[in-house]
Design a protein around this ligand. Structure first.
Ligand code: APR
Length: 309
């Protein structure tokens, strides 16, 4: 069987760590691309030199161009700039818009059959941009956010209850921002509804911490944002696709009427397999959940409008 190829665009914290997880799990060969000279080459060589020690078979190559990415199966896009002091959200959007447009063009030219996983923030907006510019089928362009956000929710529940993270199932809807919609009603611990194990006040506190989870890490790191959990989440999606696992995971995808939303990229449960986001699973929501979803969708739509496509 031919080895799969995973390209990771942006060899910064998220990109390099994603390459690390992918290689170590032997998901395929890995190509790291960045505009910085020497950085992708150096990180790729260093990672490959770890392979005789850790015992994984995956070639890892770094490049400043896209030639090596040719015929990738999955491309993870993390390239972008972080928000710096004095930079408005609009400034950031404008800069990352240009980066994502140029990256997507190169990626699709070299790998027209690839599945794209977006990581660059603002996530839902960048996923929408990549979907529109790539002209790929909607099943093959998705954003990583829901897995990260549910992982944070699960981590906080595990700490609170003193139980294994493995036994927690959780689901979440919406944009990757403070208005995301964690769904405690769809959260269980080995099948036991969360509400039987924690009080409403505690659940509300954990939901609130989840919503602010990205900011919590930024406040601690000061000079950067989260990268272990975001990269692990992108690799969980990659693995589900490359192994055609048909996993049901929350991902950001283009909606065309699902959940009552149209022409937006938004976090919803999808079936992930070889075809990408093969289907979207609609949920029955309470009135309160519906209004939270509507609020989150409104703020994503506003950001998408700012792209002026
Ligand atoms: N092509 C390729 N790489 C680029 C380009 C470009 N046009 N522009 C910038 N980059 C690279 C930068 O050189 C840098 O190495 O993208 C990398 C981004 O890495 P970091 O600054 O370390 O950012 P990181 O923490 O990895 O986050 C990346 O993921 O979670 C999101 O909000 C986060 O949007 C950010 C992205």
């Amino acid at each position: 069987m031919k080895r799969k190829k995973i390209s990771v665009i942006g060899a910064g914290f998220v990109g390099a760590t994603a390459a690390h997880w992918a290689a170590e799990k032997e998901l395929g060969d890995v190509v790291l691309v960045d505009i910085l000279e020497g950085i992708p080459q150096g990180k790729a060589l260093d990672l490959f030199e770890a392979s005789p020690i850790e015992g994984f078979d995956a070639r890892v190559i770094g490049s400043n161009g896209y030639g090596e990415t040719k015929d990738s199966d999955v491309v993870i896009i993390t390239s972008g700039v972080p928000r710096k002091p004095g930079m408005s959200r609009e400034d950031l959007l404008e800069i990352n818009k240009k980066i994502i447009e140029s990256v997507v063009k190169e990626v699709v030219e070299k790998s027209p059959q690839a599945i794209l996983i977006m990581v660059t923030n603002p996530l839902d907006t960048m996923t929408y941009l990549a979907f529109k510019r790539s002209k790929l089928p909607k099943q093959r362009v998705m954003g990583m956010a829901g897995i990260l956000d549910t992982a944070r929710f699960k981590a906080f529940i595990a700490i609170e209850l003193g139980v294994s993270v493995e036994d927690i199932q959780a689901l979440l809807l919406g944009g990757h921002g403070d208005e995301m919609v964690p769904l405690p009603r769809y959260t269980t611990i080995s099948g036991i509804p969360l509400s039987q194990l924690l009080s409403k006040e505690t659940i509300d506190r954990l939901v609130d911490r989840t919503r602010k989870g990205g900011g919590e890490i930024v406040n601690l790191l000061k000079t950067g944002s989260a990268f272990y959990a975001p990269s692990a989440a992108a690799i969980q999606m990659t693995e589900a696709i490359l192994k055609d696992k048909k996993r049901i995971l929350p991902c950001c995808v283009y909606l065309d009427g699902e959940f009552g939303l149209k022409d937006i990229c938004f976090g919803v449960p999808v079936k992930l397999g070889a075809g990408g986001a093969e289907s979207i699973i609609e949920l029955q929501l309470t009135e309160e959940e519906k209004s939270l979803v509507a609020k989150s969708a409104e703020s994503v739509k506003k950001s998408i409008m700012e792209l002026k496509l």
